[in-house]
Design a protein around this ligand. Structure first.
Ligand SMILES: [Ca+2]
Ligand SMILES: [Ca+2]
Ligand SMILES: [Ca+2]
Length: 149
């Protein structure tokens, strides 16, 4: 899963997995679940067994800045999709779809505010018992069930 090496890509993928459910292909579903667990560990920096919205936004703000190649405070589609090989058409299509979903006002650029709002959506979706903490169990379940649909 080369494209999951990039934290930003992984993040974007999970957001959409959580918010909109898994793709129909079983093989992809499995890798998404594995990726969800890996991504959870990255967000749970203190190894407490959960992360909060504040944790996620702190970490993802850094990802945003790293992905923002020209440092104009906006993510374009080409920045967002940077590094995906041309032959990976399904991946490009998926990330393009995700980009559009994160781009709340559809102006072709993702602002930090839009990105942070998307984080909030993920936490709201994944935190099924609404205690403000997303546990690994909640996170992986949300990634696997498409519970937001
Ligand atoms: Ca930019
Ligand atoms: Ca926008
Ligand atoms: Ca919870």
């Amino acid at each position: 899963m080369d494209f999951f090496r990039n934290t930003g890509r992984l993040f974007a993928g999970l957001l959409l997995t959580i918010a909109f459910g898994l793709p129909a292909v079983a093989q992809e579903a499995e890798s998404d679940a594995e990726s969800a667990a890996r991504y959870f560990n990255r967000l749970d920096q203190k190894k407490q067994g959960f992360f909060t919205l504040a944790d996620m936004q702190r970490i993802e703000a850094k990802t945003f800045n790293r992905t923002d190649d020209d440092k104009d405070g906006l993510l374009t589609l080409s920045e967002f999709n940077f590094g995906i090989p041309d032959e990976e058409r399904d991946v490009i299509e998926r990330f393009t779809r995700r980009f559009r979903l994160a781009d709340a006002d559809s102006d072709g650029r993702i602002t930090l505010d839009e990105y942070m709002a998307f984080c909030a959506k993920v936490v709201t979706t994944a935190d099924t018992n609404q205690d403000g903490m997303v546990t690994e169990e909640e996170f992986v379940a949300a990634a696997g069930s498409g519970s937001a649909e």
